[in-house]
Ligand binder design. Structure first.
Ligand code: FES
Ligand SMILES: [Fe+2]
Length: 331
């Protein structure tokens, strides 16, 4: 019998700090799509697990990522999730100016300070790698992005699927720990009770979940053995990669604090066309169903009555794999 990760790790400030360091500082974190920052000075930004991150396209066309933190007294370089800063990044606090490659160009009005060398005060940079137009940044990566996404890449090649252009971003705030949401995402066991309409669509199929390296792949196999045309992938630690014949949805499960999560969706479509109203409505409905159950579960995990439960080997193998990794951090 396989026990779950103890409830005390969900929503706990100590667990949150450990996970910020041991998971998110080492992982490839999705920031956005290259086409969202087509010209020099265009930037995208987002806080992931309390790390304020940004990516900006340089004058040389290269996309670089930085902590969105000024080296003077920690002011923000950009505010919002996307924009253009022109030829340089200017801190919102006292106006220090940085070149698009991160070098400190001018400590505006700072005055002469003995021993102050602006060359030592460039922006704090991250490693950037891209895959099929998606930009990932990492503070201390333990491997290459291509290796991490290889299982999803192999499926896309096998099915002849592409990632089209970015069309629409949407976010949803959830009152649950990021792990609560991820675990829900990594099993299809709840579909029958939580998603009645999806259950009807999947009726007569076998739902399979498999772990492959850093990825989890889910699929529905029909009675005839035919699998669905799309790819439902997930990349450690927090990214859903769902690709269909007519579009895709990248879903970042963004921790925003102990017991709080924001879902950042990026919809992709041919020529950047947003999904149809019907597709969006179905997506919103699924999100609302998952949000409601995850928030109810989080309330119960935090209440104190439940300490740990059990996992089904048949349905929850990927949840067990995820919990092993998280448990290893807290051991
Ligand atoms: S904090 Fe950025 S200029 Fe002062
Ligand atoms: Fe769900």
């Amino acid at each position: 019998m396989r026990l779950t990760l103890p409830a005390r790790f969900y929503g706990d400030p100590t667990a949150w700090s450990r996970e910020r360091d041991a998971v998110f500082r080492r992982a490839w974190l999705f920031l956005g799509h290259e086409a969202e920052l087509p010209a020099p000075g265009d930037w995208i930004a987002g806080d992931v697990a309390g790390w304020p991150l940004m990516a900006v396209r340089g004058a040389d066309g290269v996309v670089r990522a930085f902590h969105n933190v000024c080296r003077h007294r920690a002011g923000p370089l950009v505010t919002g999730f996307a924009g253009s800063c022109g030829k340089e990044l200017t801190c919102a606090y006292h106006g220090w100016r940085y070149a698009l490659d991160g070098r400190l160009r001018a400590a505006t009005g700072f005055g002469a300070e003995a021993g102050f060398d602006p060359r030592e005060f460039g922006l704090l940079s991250l490693t950037v790698e891209t895959w099929r137009g998606l930009i990932f940044a990492a503070m201390a990566p333990s491997g290459r992005l291509a290796a991490a996404v290889a299982p999803v890449e192999a499926l896309l090649v096998d099915r002849g699927l592409d990632l089209p252009a970015p069309a629409l971003r949407r976010s949803h705030e959830l009152a649950c720990d990021w792990k609560t949401y991820v675990e829900n995402y990594l099993e299809g066991y709840h579909i029958g009770a939580v998603h009645p309409e999806l259950a009807q669509e999947l009726a007569g199929t076998d739902y399979e979940v498999r772990v492959d390296g850093e990825c989890v792949i889910q699929r529905a196999v029909g009675a005839s053995g035919a699998t669905q045309a799309g790819v439902w992938g997930w990349l450690w630690p927090n990214l859903g990669i769902n690709v269909y014949a007519d579009g895709a949805m990248i879903e970042r499960m963004t921790p925003t604090g102990p017991g709080r999560t924001r879902l950042d969706y990026l919809y992709l479509g041919p020529e950047g066309r947003p999904p149809s109203d019907a597709t969006l409505a179905a997506s919103d409905r699924l999100t609302a169903e998952d949000a409601a159950i995850c928030e109810a579960v989080q309330t119960n995990l935090s209440a104190g009555a439940y300490e740990a439960g059990v996992l089904s080997g048949r349905h929850e193998a990927a949840v067990g794999w995820f919990q092993d990794r998280i448990g290893g951090i807290h051991a």
